[in-house]
Design a binder for this molecule. Structure first.
Ligand SMILES: NC(=O)c1ccc[n+]([C@@H]2O[C@H](COP(=O)([O-])OP(=O)(O)OC[C@H]3O[C@@H](n4cnc5c(N)ncnc54)[C@H](O)[C@@H]3O)[C@@H](O)[C@H]2O)c1
Length: 256
């Protein structure tokens, strides 16, 4: 088993291409911490642009690949490219996700399946593919993004399908952590409260942000950087004794 992180190591981030998203900032922060960066996103052009920008500004190796996390063949091809072109994969951040504001009685099976295909099945497909190499090397860190919506049953924007898919991430994390501990791999989740990105039906207006802040103990919505800092720590060498955990990061909106 590797007891120390190799100097040359790669982190794969799914859903890290959107300009104002959590993943993009997380990729940048991980690059600053010395990781080589692989961005997998359904938006291939934005993934390539994000990787090129990070490589230039941070002086690290970075690759942006178009991939649909819900599609096994697409993920296999993307990870094969990452394995061929970048240092060994030590970290995985599962961030790709879609929201779903549909009220339950208007929900369709097709829309339900799409939310689960991306938010939950995608996390399964990417994790399993990346774990092959991690198990072989006996070293790995996985962090997946759940949501406060799983704990509170929504309440900010998304409704039942999203909450259920994000609750699935917590069970996934705990069960996978049980199987992976013996391989030197940690598996954790983060559960953010409202974060100032475009996922809740577009860019949040100042008015909407102040409404959302009313019940948040620290008096504001979160920033992508807030979440990026936590994910970066959970992927770090220092976090080796943390596994099967779900970290609340919500400014005190949910006290559990
Ligand atoms: N913003 C919030 O308030 C909040 C709160 C809790 C959890 N989250 C979660 O954080 C994660 C990141 O969200 P964000 O707020 O940065 O939103 P975002 O919309 O900016 O980012 C989501 C990214 O996922 C990508 N994506 C969508 N479908 C994909 C697919 N099939 N395959 C690959 N990539 C795909 C998008 O292109 C985009 O880059 C999501 O899982 C989201 O559910 C967000």
């Amino acid at each position: 088993m590797l007891t120390h992180f190799p100097t040359e190591r790669t982190v794969v981030l799914t859903g890290a291409a959107s300009a104002r998203g959590i993943g993009r900032v997380t990729a940048d922060r991980l690059a600053a911490a010395g990781w080589s960066i692989a961005i997998l996103d359904i938006d291939a052009d934005a993934a390539a642009d994000a990787a090129a920008d990070i490589a230039t500004r941070r002086g690290v190796r970075a690759l942006g690949v178009g991939a649909d996390v819900s599609d096994e063949a697409s993920v296999d091809a993307a990870i094969s490219r990452v394995e061929a072109e970048l240092p060994p994969i030590v970290g995985l951040a599962n961030l790709a996700g879609i929201s779903s504001p549909t009220e339950f009685m208007s929900e369709t099976v097709e829309a339900w399946d799409r939310v689960f295909a991306i938010n939950m099945r995608g996390t399964f497909i990417v994790s399993q593919r990346v774990l092959r190499g991690m198990i072989e090397r006996r070293l790995g860190r996985i962090v997946s993004v759940s949501s406060i919506s799983a704990q509170r049953g929504g309440g900010t924007y998304s409704k039942v399908a999203y909450s259920a898919s994000k609750a699935g991430i917590i069970g996934f994390t705990r069960a996978l952590a049980r199987e992976m501990g013996e391989h030197g791999i940690t598996v954790n989740a983060v559960a953010p409260g409202p974060i100032d990105t475009d996922i809740m039906g577009g860019t949040l207006s100042d008015e909407r942000k102040s409404e959302m802040s009313a019940d948040i103990l620290v008096g504001r919505v979160g920033t992508p950087s807030d979440v990026a800092a936590l994910i970066t720590f959970l992927l770090s060498e220092d976090a080796g004794f943390i596994t099967a955990a779900t970290y609340d990061i919500n400014g005190g909106l949910q006290v559990s």
